[in-house]
Design a protein around this ligand. Sequence first.
Ligand code: NAP
Ligand code: HSE
Length: 431
Amino acid sequence: MQIVKLGLAGFGTVGSGLAKILAENGDWLGKRLNKKIEIKTVVVRDLTKQRAVTLGSGTELTTDLDRLTNDPEIDIIVELMGGLEAAKTLIEKALKAGKHVVTANKHLLAEHGLELFELARQNGRGLYYEASCAGGIPIVQTLRESLAGDRIEEILGIMNGTANYILSEMTTKCMDFETALQQAKELGYAEADPTFDVEGFDTAHKLCVLIRIAYGVDYPLSQLPIQGISGVTPLDIKFAREFGYRIKLLAHVKEYDGRFEAGVHPALVPYTYLLARVGGNYNAVRVVGNAVGPVMLHGQGAGDTPTGSAVLADIMSIARIMDGATAPDNTGFGDMPLQRADIMPPEETMSKYYFRFMVADKTGVMAAVTRSMADHGVSIAQAVQKGEKDTEAVPLVIITHSTTTSAAEAVAREIDAMDFSMEPCVRFRIL
Ligand code: NAP
Ligand code: HSE
């Protein structure tokens, strides 16, 4: 039986998840592929570190990344280190050396994907990345293959396991933010720098990657509106519940006649929606195609074997085309150059909003707030003020009807500057 040899860069959460699955399902894979998949070399930073999985005696453990690119026996290099520089250099060397590459590195693909895909195309090599978006959920394959014939109208989803875990624990167990984040780190869900999870950047990286596959356009990361969950407090979770919502960190993109609205935001989701029920490290992505209609995928968005499963699916896809008869189509758009996305301005993007102002409990405050909203054309759907003592800041919560992003921003700026505002307002979208 032909042996497909892997060079693994990184043996942390995802690398060891992949090794676990290969050990458990190896015979099954051999039957399906008629090829055996073997890890030949593993590269890490610290050779003395205790590993979650014991490598076979035939596998070399080293700190030298060139051992992967210089080894003619290695067919596929699997990049599971994360980060930018070392990963980019490795992938470039691998593609130039004629190796196929599998990566889970959404940060790298969001920042440098265009040049790496071009290099892969020039070298006729696979650069596969199922694990980069939403962990174990097969969203890359779904957009690139299964829904390739549809015009994608909208993608909406929860795409970060760590943020969803934190919000779920805060909502269902009243756990504090820091404890929930610490648990997510211990469970292997968080990025090396968890700011990426908490501040929405990781979700934004994934969204940029998915926009390319769904629409064949480049939506620059630098132009994507990104808001994380660090501003979500137990008070907002409580108010959201009272109004019939759960707070979720959402990524969304919608096409309007060739123009795009996209972003990453915490949002209030009606508690009856499936998205509101997605708990823990789970992710869910809803795609609407013009032919298929809405499709919803749900599964673990982070963790060792869920993510390892997505990495392995890519390895198997490459193993099937390694004979060279079929050229890999990494982006799903062949040789087509990606155009820059035409981005809708905030004066035209619409949403309902949740505002929480912390105000002095005194005469005229409600009137001033509602006047500011009216002046900016923002229509109020519901309002509640929970004041007890006139000396303290009290929360004033307003739910609006649909309004433009720019009007919502103007209202926030104006009311924050009023003398009764005790702290900057909290503003989340409502689905
Ligand atoms: P991790 O647990 O921190 O593991 C990273 C591994 O890479 C470690 O084994 C580390 O070596 C090695 N490494 C880092 N820099 C290196 C370098 N310059 N040279 C050699 N080895 C290096 O990370 P992870 O959670 O597995 O994530 C890996 C990638 O998968 C990231 O791109 C991440 O965004 C992505 N991802 C993760 C998940 C998840 O659930 N964790 C899900 C989807 C995608 P040492 O062990 O010696 O430190
Ligand atoms: N840190 C990421 C998350 C890993 O929590 O979703 C999966 O991409």
